[in-house]
Write a protein that binds this ligand. Structure first.
Ligand SMILES: Nc1ncnc2c1ncn2[C@@H]1O[C@H](COP(=O)(O)OP(=O)(O)OP(=O)(O)O)[C@@H](O)[C@H]1O
Ligand SMILES: O=C(O)c1ccc[n+]([C@@H]2O[C@H](COP(=O)([O-])O)[C@@H](O)[C@H]2O)c1
Length: 195
């Protein structure tokens, strides 16, 4: 079984994440994509937003009708900082027959050398980088071992981030169509990201 891991803060999950996952699923011919909300992200400040439970519930609402999309709370359950090497090591023990693909956005590719124990990690997963046409994702500067283990996939560009969604909510602007309908309803009912 070929499984794509889509890790992220998902605060909230949005259509950029879903379209990225769909593009990878098709082009890399994966069987499933597992959306995996982080507990504490390793390399970025946690923004004041939804709780871990709310991020988890929104991720579940976003994938519920897709035949190949799943969620895993492996990082939320483990607690602490969510280093990918720890997660992937555990997943490989639990699912010895699976091959894991770790999906990262175009903006993340250049930072791969800074990931914790990256030399070990590239032996355990295939990284899939989303290409952004006309955007220098820093491929040329990557160490050869990382560059050679990276699969590149194209996707229709969606200029959207969770930060942008939180900002719009704080300014009283709608986020409908930037997130799946059920996630939009959840955000409104729980009054998330209001100033
Ligand atoms: N619009 C997008 N198109 C493609 N990939 C994306 C997009 N937004 C985020 N990603 C990728 O999805 C993964 C998870 O991202 P994350 O949850 O941090 O979302 P984000 O929108 O970048 O959040 P924030 O604005 O809070 O930093 C990362 O690999 C990121 O590069
Ligand atoms: O393990 C690491 O060193 C590492 C460094 C940066 C990011 N990651 C993972 O990459 C995913 C996307 O990260 P982020 O910061 O965009 O939410 C998330 O699942 C992180 O745990 C992992």
């Amino acid at each position: 079984m070929k499984v794509g891991l889509m890790g992220g803060t998902f605060d909230p999950i949005h259509i950029g994440h879903l379209l990225a996952a769909q593009s990878v699923c098709e082009q890399a011919e994966l069987d499933e994509i597992w959306f995996m909300p982080v507990n504490v992200p390793p390399h970025k400040e946690a923004a004041p937003g939804a709780t871990a439970q709310q991020r988890w519930e929104m991720a579940n609402l976003a994938v519920e009708h897709h035949p190949k999309f799943r969620t895993t709370n492996i990082e939320l359950r483990r607690g602490g900082v969510s280093y990918s090497i720890d997660t992937v090591t555990l997943l490989r023990q639990q699912y010895p027959g699976h091959h894991f693909y770790y999906i990262i956005g175009a903006d993340m590719v250049r930072y791969l050398p800074k990931w914790y124990k990256i030399d070990e990690l590239i032996k355990l997963v295939t990284f899939v980088g989303l290409e952004r046409p006309g955007f220098d994702s820093g491929l040329a500067e990557l160490p050869p071992a990382i560059r050679e283990s990276l699969l590149l996939v194209e996707m229709p560009q969606i200029e959207l981030s969770s930060t942008r969604i939180r900002e719009r909510r704080a300014a009283g602007q709608p986020v409908r169509y930037m997130v799946p309908d059920r996630v939009n309803d959840y955000i409104e009912v729980n009054r998330l990201y209001e100033s």
